[in-house]
Structure formats: structure tokens, C-alpha cells
Design a protein around this ligand. Structure first.
Ligand code: 5GP
Ligand code: ZN
Length: 117
């Protein structure tokens, strides 16, 4: 499913129906600040096409994921963060709460040098 979904908060942000602090937007994806930042720099990168998670986007069209990663790099560097972490929670058990593909772009904290994996 890549058409906008009525009850999807990110589809609403993409449509301009819910305000967001937008950092960048192109024909493939939009990036905006996370409402509840978990790092000094915490942006989300959201493909315009609605799919439930990053694997579903990749299955539909791998370029969706490539474009999202490219925009993540752009917004991180534009904010002065050459080093950053991308996170794509996939499934409730991994902490996913919004079921429209997105990457978290996290940077700017001394704690970012701590390894997650
Ligand atoms: P998830 O938990 O699915 O990996 O990430 C969803 C993220 O979306 C959360 O970090 C949450 O803070 C953020 N979020 C949820 N609703 C909104 C919203 O309306 N606006 C913005 N800017 N972020 C949101
Ligand atoms: Zn959506």
C-alpha cells in the first residue's frame, strides 16, 4: 500500500494536515524533527509512499530506502552532524509505534559513541 492512509500520523504530516518542524523535503521523502527527541539532534526521515515498515518499503521498491538514507545524510550534515545513527524500529516488539516507514536520525550526544550492537 503506497497511497495515503487515513489514520496514519505521518501521512497527515506529509499532507500538511498536522504541523511538523520540517527540515527538508524532496519528491521521495520528508524529514522533520521528532516530537519527543531522544538525542540533541533527532530527526525522522519518512518516505512519502506509505508502507508499514522499512522492509515493506524495500520489498515494494528498494529505491525508497535508498532515497530515505540519502535524505537522512543530508539533514544530519546540514545540522553539522557528520556522524550519526540511523534506526528503523520494525514491529511493536522492537518499539515501532508509527506504522509508516521511517528512520530515526540521531546525533550530537556524547552518548552516541556508546555501542547499541
Ligand atoms: P517509532 O516508535 O515508530 O520508531 O517512532 C515514531 C516516532 O514518531 C516517535 O519517536 C515519536 O516521538 C514520533 N512522533 C509520533 N507522532 C509524532 C508527531 O505527530 N509529530 C512528530 N514530529 N513526531 C511524532
Ligand atoms: Zn502513512
Amino acid at each position: 500500500m503506497s497511497e495515503p492512509v487515513d489514520d496514519c500520523v505521518f501521512c497527515k504530516i506529509i499532507a500538511g494536515e498536522i504541523p511538523a518542524d520540517v527540515l527538508a523535503r524532496n519528491e521521495h521523502a520528508v524529514s522533520f524533527k521528532d516530537l519527543h527527541p531522544q538525542a540533541p539532534f533527532h530527526a525522522l526521515v519518512v518516505p512519502l509512499a506509505h508502507h508499514a515498515d522499512v522492509a515493506a518499503s524495500a520489498a515494494a521498491d528498494p529505491s525508497i530506502v535508498g532515497h530515505a538514507v540519502a535524505l537522512a545524510d543530508e539533514v544530519a550534515r546540514a545540522a553539522g552532524n557528520d556522524h550519526y545513527r540511523l534506526v528503523a524500529n520494525t514491529g511493536r516488539g522492537a518499539g515501532q509505534t508509527v506504522f509508516h516507514t521511517h528512520f530515526h536520525v540521531l546525533a550530537g550526544s556524547s552518548g552516541m559513541t556508546e555501542r547499541l550492537v
